[in-house]
Design a binder for this molecule. Structure first.
Ligand SMILES: [Zn+2]
Length: 320
């Protein structure tokens, strides 16, 4: 055991001296990182981890931080949840340099509603380039036929685009390998099965997350995206979509995917998990440092992690 401990210590020292400084801290320079919560529920510890790593990378690389709040999903997003984004960031003392400071300012200037013409133009471009097809399949139909995976059932049917209850999907037959910039260089991956023919416009005629996210990151000039490992399939899909839009700039964005926080049952934290919501934790009297200590504990990190910068550095150190 002693030998193992010694090796582990040596390895940690090595990480601190070499990997962290060289892969993350000193060489990279970025312009803009974004925090991009979707306020369809109260934010939880998983969101905090993502914010902390984003803010740390901004701090380490000289980038500014944009707060982008995704609000296209009208049915699930409420003012209370938008306010919770500000309350959480202020409580955690996580800084941001660009973006809204209040619900009113968000609605007046930064809501995705203001960018609907940009999404529409991208949809028009994809549609006129025959990149899309209309689909009327329901979730239950897909679940019954192929376990939820989409195998292109409507791709040859030429269904009308503008009929009710119709989504628009992307032809992905020729997706090929996608090269993705990461902090350590480049990762090459193919489109995961769950992303075949992914939805670009939903049945409610609202642009889907993948399209809005690509357009927004290009619009704001984001060049470093931090997100959870669970969003890797989205990252690959977005690269393919950007190519279909001839948006070369997207391939210059660097991506960092952080590990996920899991609950005691080993499942990913969700917005319905009340016990890890920041709103609940604040109400129960937890202090800012307690929040960061809890996350460090869940990731089996050092227990003297008491602020976002210490947490971000520790995560980047162990998962460069
Ligand atoms: Zn279909």
């Amino acid at each position: 055991m002693r030998l193992l401990d010694k090796n582990l210590n040596e390895f940690t020292d090595f990480c601190e001296q070499y990997i962290y400084k060289n892969a993350v801290n000193t060489t990279a320079v970025f312009n803009k990182v974004r925090l991009a919560p979707t306020p369809s529920g109260y934010l939880h510890l998983g969101n905090v981890l993502s914010f902390a790593v984003s803010a740390t990378l901004a701090n380490n690389t000289g980038a500014s931080t944009l707060l982008r709040i995704d609000d296209l999903d009208k049915e699930r997003i409420t003012d209370r949840y938008i306010q919770d984004v500000f309350d959480t960031l202020n409580f955690l003392e996580i800084p941001w340099h660009e973006g809204p400071r209040s619900v009113a300012e968000f609605k007046a200037i930064y809501s995705q509603n203001h960018r609907l013409p940009l999404y529409s133009e991208a949809l028009r471009q994809l549609r006129s380039g025959d990149a899309l097809f209309a689909c009327t399949c329901s979730r239950s139909q897909l679940a019954a036929v192929s376990g939820g995976l989409y195998t292109g059932a409507c791709s040859l049917l030429q269904l009308p685009y503008d009929a009710t209850d119709t989504s628009w999907r992307l032809h992905t037959e020729n997706a090929g390998l996608q090269a993705i910039r990461t902090l350590n260089g480049q990762t090459i991956d193919k489109l995961p099965e769950e992303m075949h023919y992914f939805v670009i416009r939903k049945k409610d005629k609202i642009p889907a997350y993948q399209l809005a996210s690509v357009i927004d990151d290009l619009h704001y000039g984001v060049d470093l995206v931090v997100r959870g490992l669970d969003l890797w399939p989205s990252t690959v899909a977005q690269h393919y979509l950007a190519k279909r839009l001839n948006a070369q700039r997207f391939s210059n964005i660097t991506f960092y995917h952080h590990p996920l926080l899991l609950n005691t049952n080993g499942a990913k934290l969700s917005k319905s998990a009340g016990d890890t919501s920041l709103q609940q934790l604040r109400k129960s009297g937890k202090k800012t440092a307690d929040i960061f200590r809890s996350i460090a504990c869940m990731l089996k990190l050092d227990d003297n992690i008491t602020d976002w910068l210490k947490l971000g550095k520790a995560v980047l150190n162990i998962y460069p």
